[in-house]
Design a protein around this ligand. Sequence first.
Ligand SMILES: Nc1ncnc2c1ncn2[C@@H]1O[C@H](COP(=O)(O)OP(=O)(O)OP(=O)(O)O)[C@@H](O)[C@H]1O
Ligand SMILES: [Mg+2]
Length: 145
Amino acid sequence: MPLNTDKTIEGSFQLIGGDFSIAGESSARLKSILTDLGVQEDIIRRASIATFEAEMNVIIYAAAGTLHYEISPRQIRITLVDMGPGIKDIDQAMQEGYSTAPDWVREMGWGAGMGLPNMKKNSDEFKIDSVVGEGTTVEMVINLP
Ligand SMILES: Nc1ncnc2c1ncn2[C@@H]1O[C@H](COP(=O)(O)OP(=O)(O)OP(=O)(O)O)[C@@H](O)[C@H]1O
Ligand SMILES: [Mg+2]
């Protein structure tokens, strides 16, 4: 039992598109929850990277969204549901270096086209679904040892 509890812990955070003042807050809060639970460091690092990239995408591309987390003794499950433009070609969006970030976003240091590939790389299970004109859902699972 790697966790300090055998229960499932869950919660969610609201994300607002364009609100860079709270960017990174949800992933930081999840990180501190995982730290308090005694999750090992390399897993916390993977979960934080994946969650931060997913959170940033909602803030940059969508109007609003929700980040939901569920931590059980077996796994961390992070689900992001947004109301946004959706993604027309998911295979293309998943490619390293592909980005539609506008100039003002690039000026802030985003738009390398590495977020989605890094989410996938840091997850044991990665799922993305999107409907153009409605929104995008990302589901990531990281297994606990
Ligand atoms: N939640 C989303 N809603 C709509 N489009 C998205 C969403 N997430 C990603 N995309 C699209 O997929 C592209 C690739 O996303 P990815 O996170 O890999 O790179 P990026 O956000 O452009 O740059 P980086 O993450 O490196 O700062 C984005 O440029 C955007 O076109
Ligand atoms: Mg991104």
